[in-house]
Design a protein. Structure first.
Length: 319
């Protein structure tokens, strides 16, 4: 069984390839609604997450797999990652272990790739102005993934305070062709793309400021009690989700609006429908992609990484 670290994952599967792998899996008939629910076990200092899945790769190979992840909210104060974990990839027929992949790197890659897979079908082709809420690994991954599908040249980083915004913006490496600045939540008024990559429990910005063409990606939580976008955004946007079942179970941004009778779950547009049929998006209203992260996404990316490494010469692929 091969062990695949973060560097090997990044080298094997650049963002544009990960995005296409997810889109192709949905075109080939993968049904996110059939995904097993995420197992969440509360422990003294956080959560244990268990995410199993089974499916086929674009090359037709069958895989099963499971991600075991931990969420420890106090870890950043200790200089440790908030989320840690590993992914075990198995051959589907015999359930023989094939690879153990770095779970954090896999999660960062697939979360941003899913956002970009949706934005690729929702955002205007010339979308160039991105507002990033947050400055952690997911914000960095989202910048890379969104640049793979749109000509992003202006990036505004927003933190909890002006000083925090400046600190976060300073943590991004210099990127050719991109002007990166610190800003405040009102920056969404001039944005084409907004990526919410935070641990916020309450909305990050005023949804009335959103331009009618804006595409918002909210990926920060999988808990009914947490949200990054407000009622106005949810009620006035075309809302796309990975699956209706997962969204109505875990997406606090939506669950809290649905529970008050302000949103009909039937209005949620599954990403698979968008990929397969590209339904017309209502003009003149923003688009919201709310992601909670699902096991099928991890499996698709893990399988793609494994196959990419297999295709390398033995001295490069054996890591």
């Amino acid at each position: 069984m091969k062990t695949t670290d973060a560097a090997a994952i990044a080298a094997a599967l650049p963002p544009h390839t990960a995005i296409r792998a997810l889109q192709q899996a949905l075109r080939d008939g993968l049904d996110p609604e059939a995904d097993p629910p995420r197992g969440v076990v509360p422990v003294a200092h956080g959560q244990l997450l268990l995410m199993p899945a089974e499916g086929r790769s674009a090359r037709g190979r069958g895989y099963a797999g499971v991600k075991i992840a931990t969420v420890a909210p106090d870890n950043p104060g200790r200089g440790l990652p908030r989320i840690q974990g590993q992914y075990l990839l198995l051959e589907a027929e015999t359930l023989t272990p094939l690879a153990l992949l770095d779970g954090v790197a896999l999660t960062n890659l697939r979360t941003a790739a899913v956002s970009a897979a949706a934005a690729d079908l929702l955002a205007p082709p010339d979308a160039s102005r991105l507002v990033l809420f947050g400055g952690g690994p997911q914000a960095h991954s989202h910048l890379a993934a969104l640049r793979a599908i749109r000509p992003v040249t202006q990036v505004t980083v927003v933190g909890r305070t002006p000083e925090r915004s400046r600190q976060l913006a300073g943590g991004f490496p210099e990127t050719a062709g991109v002007r990166l600045t610190a800003g405040d939540p009102e920056a969404v008024a001039d944005a084409d793309l907004i990526a919410c990559c935070t641990t916020a429990r309450t909305p990050l910005f005023d949804g009335t400021l959103l331009p009618p063409h804006a595409t918002v990606m909210a990926v920060g939580s999988h808990e009914p009690g947490a949200r990054e976008v407000d009622d106005h955004t949810v009620r006035h946007a075309t809302v796309v989700v990975e699956s209706r079942a997962a969204a109505t179970r875990e997406a606090g941004d939506l669950v809290q609006v649905i529970d008050r009778g302000l949103l009909d779950p039937a209005q949620l547009l599954p990403l698979a429908d968008l990929v397969r049929a590209a339904p017309a998006v209502v003009p003149g209203r923003p688009r919201l992609f709310k992601s909670v992260g699902m096991a099928w996404e991890d499996l698709v990316i893990a399988g793609a990484v494994h196959e990419a490494l297999e295709s390398l010469p033995a001295d490069e692929g054996d890591r």
